[in-house]
Design a protein around this ligand. Sequence first.
Ligand code: ADP
Ligand code: MG
Length: 381
Amino acid sequence: MVIFENVYKEFADGTVAVKDFSLKIKKGELIVFVGPSGCGKTTSLRMINRLIEPTSGKVFVEGKDVSSVNPVTLRRSIGYVIQDIGLFPHMTIEENIAIVAKMLKWPKEKTAARVEDLLILAGLTPPAKYKNRLPEQLSGGQQQRIGVLRALSVEPNVILMDEPFSSLDPISRENLQSELKDLQKKLKKTVVFVTHDMDEAFKLADRIVLMNKGEIVQIGTPNDIRLNPAQEFVKTFIGLDRIMAFNASTFVDLILEKPELVLKSGEEASQVIKRVSNPKIIQVVDELGCWVGCVLPKDLEQGAQLGLTLGQVASAERRLLIESSTLADAAIALRESDVPIAIINQERKLLGVASDEGMARITIDWLINAKNQLLEPTPNA
Ligand SMILES: Nc1ncnc2c1ncn2[C@@H]1O[C@H](COP(=O)(O)OP(=O)(O)O)[C@@H](O)[C@H]1O
Ligand SMILES: [Mg+2]
């Protein structure tokens, strides 16, 4: 479906971004390019739709050498989703999704029907509720979903996605990852997905292409890579970026984790107590995902006896961190708490939690890394 044959890219300033890149991507496969920042993921991806031309080597899409296809025609036949998708702010959601169909002069009815189908597919229902809104009237997660729909609109066989979820909060990101995986199972498109986040790669990929310094280090299924990491690089890549950033004034999102349990404020404590076993703490959010408070086991029991909802028993008095807090703030807060602490943004949206374990893990990783660096022989020693 997409083939790279000994592709090199050297930019005008002499930077060699991609070296001897060869890869066969199968039809219907979700392949993920992953590696540290600057390793050549975006450059490789953009050589597929000719936003970047290789210095040497060839790229084929559906059997055709892309250098022989008109770039505009090529790009209209390949979906492309980027981080801040850039919906057009003055166009409605319908107009935004339909933009390529319009350029391709699809009949109006066909386009309108396609937009409806896509909105339904992405769970934005009823479509009438969303299609006349402007982008700013949707949440960040919903806007990014529209970006994905726009890429799907004219039924491309190949879709390129460059860190499409990186700027979303962890909960929206998780949701969109799951949706993408489901969607891809249904539609069987060939998807080339770029990320620097190994967890995201493990979650989404049929196959992972691990890159470092412009070269492919390993290709394999998530299990292959987990069980048989090809090099030391593969083993250490996962935590390294995080570790390098570690210090007291680093933002707390470095240790942001998924909360153990997030439930809606309207749920009855008596029902929850039957359903979940021994939660250490429950984070409670309202319909919009805004943080209402947290519920400890004793509050839950009391609420169940009194017939209250989670919203009624949730305590908002516990310590709380905002996203601009530092690791030092988090350390102080955690010292005074025996449960994970909620982290919210300015709109009070729950982003995740910080825990003792998360803090310990990053500290341990940092110490090990510091030790390894000290032991590394210097050239002049
Ligand atoms: N237009 C350009 N001119 C010169 N160097 C570039 C250009 N675009 C990217 N690079 C360099 O090429 C390397 C790979 O970049 P990129 O493919 O964007 O990496 P990634 O997407 O993996 O973070 C980096 O060193 C980057 O600085
Ligand atoms: Mg990139």
